[in-house]
Design a protein around this ligand. Structure first.
Ligand code: CS2
Ligand code: MG
Length: 408
């Protein structure tokens, strides 16, 4: 069996999804997602110029060897662009494997460990009452877990993932007005003073069974993060996410020494080498590496298995920039993984998105149920994608009030 061709598409409703389609001489094709939010053209180019010419003629069933060929074969390896491109190839090869076996992917991993997998939504508010309305609407829809973020009084601008105005909707992560980013102003002291009591108010307003998550988005020092994690202990968070800048694996040690608040980290990691020490030293509770820029299913499975040895559960990144293809890869892993925790899930399910990526997967009452269709169980409509053009977008940048650059 041979790979005969591969195509890359960039576009989609509201997002620039990077979709890879690998064709074979047996008529079976596989799909992968190489979307790297706000840098989408780069993995697409990496695939087109370097990886696809090497793929032609390979046996798609040898997904392990193909992964090693691209990873070990590259002298300059790792990094989100390369790993997103490998990830897309790897996911597409698993999709082909599932279709050849006529089995849904979770069966190839070891079958189902659960019927449905719990997901969490993003509740957000310009201020605390606005956030309460947002949480209430998710609770009404049956969600069992929500991530909560809200504006901080006296902060000069909105903070991470918070709308400018009450009831604000839309994409609060990517600004599609262009490639030049807007600036957010950050003040750690105001955040530290305000957020623990705001989180406590959310806890008191809703049923104790509601799982509450909060994302610091890499903005605290290890000492501040330790103090914050300790201060929010009475809230009983399901997790505190990215408390410190992600590059420093040792930073988590101080937090652990001072608090039992569960810690989730990893959405910007792209290999097992970015999180192996965190996992082996049991400094985190949830690992968030995504199938997309974490090198696909082959590599993510290795991370899941290492994590399982150390009581670390999964909580894969699922921001709206992941297309339904890489989300399906994660949903199949979630159905199988013995150490599954939770899945971040933003409803992409607009009519346009469903038309581009038809599937029979179901999310209901805050639980995700994978379909039994072979492979990933997601299709891709090439005619639909032709409707969309690439649009440049940017994440905000963050500065302190005196102008100092800070972490987004
Ligand atoms: C976030 C992300 O989902 C999350 O937890 O931290 O939404 C992040 O801001 C985006 O993926 C950036 O593109
Ligand atoms: Mg996050």
């Amino acid at each position: 069996m041979k790979i005969t061709g591969a195509k890359v598409f960039v576009g989609g409703p509201a997002k620039n999804y990077v979709t890879l389609k690998i064709m074979t001489d047996q008529g079976v094709h596989g799909l992968g997602d190489a979307t790297l939010n706000n840098r989408e053209t780069l993995p697409a180019k990496y695939l087109q110029d370097y990886l696809i010419p090497n793929l032609i003629g390979m046996d798609p069933r040898n997904s392990e060897d193909i992964w090693q060929y691209f990873y070990r074969g590259a002298y300059f390896r790792r990094g989100p662009i390369a790993m997103a491109a490998f990830g897309a190839i790897d996911t597409a090869l698993w999709d082909i494997k599932g279709k050849l076996a006529n089995m849904p992917l979770y069966q190839l991993f070891g079958g189902k460990s659960r019927d449905g997998a719990m997901v969490y939504a993003h509740a957000t508010g310009a201020d605390l009452p606005d956030l309460m309305d947002s949480v209430a609407s998710y609770v009404e829809q049956g969600y069992k877990a929500v991530r909560v973020q809200c504006g901080i009084p006296s902060m000069p601008t909105a903070s991470y993932a918070v709308p400018d105005k009450k009831g604000g909707e839309g994409d609060y992560i990517t600004d599609y007005s262009g490639i030049i980013p807007k600036t957010e102003i950050w003040d750690t002291d105001r955040y530290m003073r305000y957020m623990p009591s705001a989180l406590m108010e959310v806890r008191e307003k809703f049923e104790p069974d509601l799982k509450i998550l909060h994302d610091v988005h890499h903005r605290l020092s290890p000492r501040e993060a330790a103090a914050f994690a300790k201060a929010v202990e009475p809230v009983g968070l399901y997790w505190l996410e990215d408390p410190t800048p992600a590059e420093d694996q040792d930073a988590l040690r101080l937090i652990r020494q001072h608090s039992t608040t569960p810690i989730a980290i990893g959405e910007v990691f792209n290999s097992i080498w970015d999180c192996n020490k965190l996992i082996e030293n049991e400094l985190i509770d949830f690992i968030r590496v995504a199938a997309t820029y974490g090198g696909g299913i082959t590599h993510l499975k290795r991370i899941i298995d290492l994590a399982a040895l150390h009581h670390v559960r999964t909580g894969f990144h699922g921001a709206p920039s992941h297309s339904p293809i890489s989300m399906a890869a994660q949903h199949h892993l979630n159905a199988w993984a013995p150490n599954f925790g939770i899945q971040e899930y933003l409803v992409l399910g607009t009519k346009e998105c469903d038309a581009l990526f038809p599937s029979a997967h179901v999310m209901t009452d805050g639980m995700f149920y994978v379909s039994d269709a072979p492979g990933l169980g997601v299709d891709f409509d090439e005619k639909e994608v032709a409707r969309y053009e690439y649009k440049a977008g940017s994440h905000p940048i963050v500065r302190l009030e005196d102008g100092t650059m800070w972490d987004y």
